[in-house]
Structures are given as C-alpha cells and as structure tokens.
Design a protein around this ligand. Structure first.
Ligand code: 5GP
Length: 209
C-alpha cells in the first residue's frame, strides 16, 4: 500500500495559526457556520475581555491551575503568548478525534509547531494578512493595544512568517468570506485524500458484482 495513504479515519485535526491580527479567530468562527467541525476551547491565564464567555471563548484560569495542568500532562500544546499562558486541553480533543469528529485549533505559531512535532497527521494552515499596513490597521482597530504593543506584534509577525514552510497550506486573509471559503476547500480536499476507508468501499464493490 502507498505509504502516504491515510490510516482508517478518525476525525481530522486542523490547526489554524498565524500572526496575531491576521484574522484566524474570525475565520474559525465563520468556519463553524459552514462546516461540521468542533472548535477546541483553550485554557488561558488572560483576563476575559468584555463579552467573552467562560467555556465558550476560553476557560479562564489562574496561573496556578494552568501550571498544574502542565504538570499533569493535560495539554496537547501550550505557549506563553505576549505574557499570558494559552493551552489546548488534551483529553477533549483526543476524545473528539476518536469519535470521528473533525477538530480545529486556533492557536499561535509556537503551539502549532509543538503539535506538528507530536501529531504530524494534523493539517496545518497558516493565515497571512494581505499586507503589513493592513495588519497594523487591524490591530489598531481592536483598540486594546498600545503603539508599543502594536510595533512589538508587527516585529513578531516577521519572525513568525519564517516558519511558513512547516505548514501545509497558507491562506491570505484579504476578505473574510474568501478566506473562509479557502479553508473550507482545504477541509474538503483533505477528506478527499486516498485513505484506508476507501479500501472498504472497494471491497464492497466486489461483493456487489
Ligand atoms: P487572544 O488573547 O487575542 O485571544 O489570543 C492571543 C493569541 O493566543 C492568538 O494568537 C491566539 O491564536 C493564541 N491562542 C489562543 N489559544 C491558544 C492555545 O490554546 N494555544 C496557543 N499556543 N495559542 C493560543
């Protein structure tokens, strides 16, 4: 059998990652309206922003609880992003994949690289802004960062794009709808890969002759 054939299917793990402000959060939210896929809810030590809901946007926890979860091997990956911890709870994601559900993680690049090492079957999508000027506009538009923060993030962006060769796909987020359509196309394409499941279908063909 072709060694690139995907083993019998469980759910697929999609990792949507990219620089802060590139729009990965918005893309993932819209994706849920278009595809039957589970968005993993991360744990963070960051304080909730107005309107954010516990258990929906994040599980907001103390640093002590976060460090405890690290000790108990409770994360698929975790990272410190601009001074706060963020991590993907392991059990729930593994369980959903085992049940055959597709899962999407919306995480930073440090986290994506960890998953790439521990779960290479994942599908890695890098979201890029159309330009640095547009990225600056978007971060400024959030109103939550100072000028220094914005410059820090733009500098980080240049370092982060250097990791693009670790990803399978890149999507330039010019308009949200177009970017979401491209992510949907990636998901459809990944489900169309030759996988071991197809051999079962072919066996059935033989019985049907
Ligand atoms: P924010 O504080 O704006 O919600 O998120 C800040 C950054 O942390 C974003 O780039 C977001 O993708 C990333 N992030 C959110 N959850 C996780 C996670 O579980 N793991 C990692 N590594 N990054 C995360």
């Amino acid at each position: 059998m072709n060694s690139s054939v995907r083993p019998k299917s469980k759910g697929l793990l999609f990792v949507v990652s990219g620089p802060s402000g590139a729009g990965k959060g918005t893309i993932c939210k819209k994706l849920l309206e278009k595809k039957d896929i589970e968005l993993s809810v991360s744990m963070t030590t960051r304080k909730p922003r107005p309107g954010e809901v516990e258990g929906k946007n994040y599980y907001f926890v103390s640093e002590e609880k976060f460090l405890d979860t690290i000790k108990n091997d409770g994360f698929l990956e975790y990272a410190n992003v601009y001074g706060n911890y963020y991590g993907t709870p392991k059990d729930i994601v593994v369980q959903m994949l085992e049940q055959g559900r597709d899962v999407v993680l919306e995480i930073d690049i440090q986290g994506a690289l960890q998953i790439r090492a521990s779960y290479p079957k994942g599908i890695f999508i890098f979201i890029l802004p159309p330009s640095m000027a547009e990225l600056r506009n978007r971060i400024t538009g959030r109103g939550s960062e100072t000028e220094d923060d914005i410059n820090l993030r733009l500098g980080e962006t240049l370092k982060e794009v250097a990791y693009i060769d670790k990803y399978d796909y890149c999507v330039i987020n010019g308009t949200i709808d177009e970017a979401v359509n491209r992510v949907v196309a990636i998901i459809v394409a990944e489900h169309s890969r030759v996988s071991e499941d197809i051999y079962e279908l072919i066996e059935k063909y033989k019985e049907e002759i």
